[in-house]
Design a protein around this ligand. Structure first.
Ligand SMILES: [Zn+2]
Length: 287
């Protein structure tokens, strides 16, 4: 006789625990602006949806349970925020998480091409169109279960960390929302995980840029490339070369701007990347 593999669906969400993770394949929890909140789900079924701050978030299997992962936007004020677990039978369970303050340093950069700091009206028209395109890519939500065992897109020195308050030619602009990895022009850039290309093209500030969807609102972004070797719709394997390091757009030298989006907000990629996957960061950690 065949065993029934489906467990009876229960309405019990009695045990919701915040857990600390050590396994390399999991994102690191950091309850700060630009960080990640993790929630272990009990009695999860595929019809269950989980929201954070009213935004649907990613849920993925881990060992014998399911983990919900929320990105915490850089502009998030310290305080309490809510996870909502919505079950197919209508039951909703809410649980709070406290986001703490984090100080981000200032960075002052000089850009020779002044139009990249003070765009002319024609540039502004282009920037507006591109921001709509970027928003569309950031909002991508596909049901595919994400694989979050990210790898470094290349080996290189970290030339700029996430979250820095940025001043270009002494004028304050948006904070740095990714991780800059310096490398020679032409260095191959690899996809951090399996996924599908959402968009790829030349952008005013970001230069040649690629967006890859990894499922359930997890998107990776690669900017300032000298070359793009993929197109929208392409299925990408983790580690596949998708382009080359460059300095297109607003850049002071060749580097990869690598960014990660979760539930439509940009989070610090270091919380997603393995500690030992980049020989340059591994060396500096030993010092
Ligand atoms: Zn950058």
């Amino acid at each position: 006789m065949q065993k029934n593999l489906f467990l009876p669906v229960t309405s019990l969400f009695s045990l919701l625990l915040f857990i600390s993770f050590n396994a390399a394949a999991l994102p690191e929890q950091a309850l700060v602006p630009g960080g990640i909140a993790l929630l272990q789900l009990q009695n999860y079924s595929p019809e269950t949806t989980v929201l954070f701050n009213n935004q649907r978030i990613a849920v993925f299997p881990y060992k014998n349970s399911w983990i919900a992962m929320a990105g915490i936007g850089l502009s998030t004020k310290p305080g309490n925020y809510e996870f909502s677990i919505k079950h197919s039978d209508g039951l909703t369970v809410n649980t709070k998480v406290t986001v703490k303050y984090k100080q981000y340093q200032e960075q002052h950069l000089t850009i020779k091409n002044k139009r990249k700091v003070n765009p002319n009206p024609q540039d502004t028209e282009r920037i507006i169109k591109e921001s709509i395109r970027k928003k569309k890519a950031k909002r991508q939500f596909t049901e595919k279960t994400p694989e979050l065992d990210f790898i470094w897109p290349l080996n290189g020195r970290i030339s700029s960390i996430f979250g820095l308050r940025r001043f270009f030619n002494e004028q304050e602009r948006r904070p740095h929302n990714g991780l800059d990895i310096a490398a020679r022009e032409g260095t191959p850039v690899k996809s951090t995980a399996n996924g599908t290309v959402i968009d790829a093209g030349d952008f005013f500030f970001s230069g040649n840029m690629i967006f890859i969807d990894h499922g359930q609102g997890i998107v990776s972004l690669y900017a300032h490339l000298s070359e793009i070797s993929v197109k929208p719709g392409d299925l990408i394997r983790q580690g596949e070369v998708i382009g080359k390091v460059g300095q297109t757009g607003r850049a002071t030298g060749p580097h990869l701007h690598f960014a990660v989006i979760a539930n439509q907000v940009l989070i610090d990629p270091v919380f997603m990347l393995p500690k030992d996957g980049n020989q340059f960061t591994a060396k500096s950690a030993e010092k």
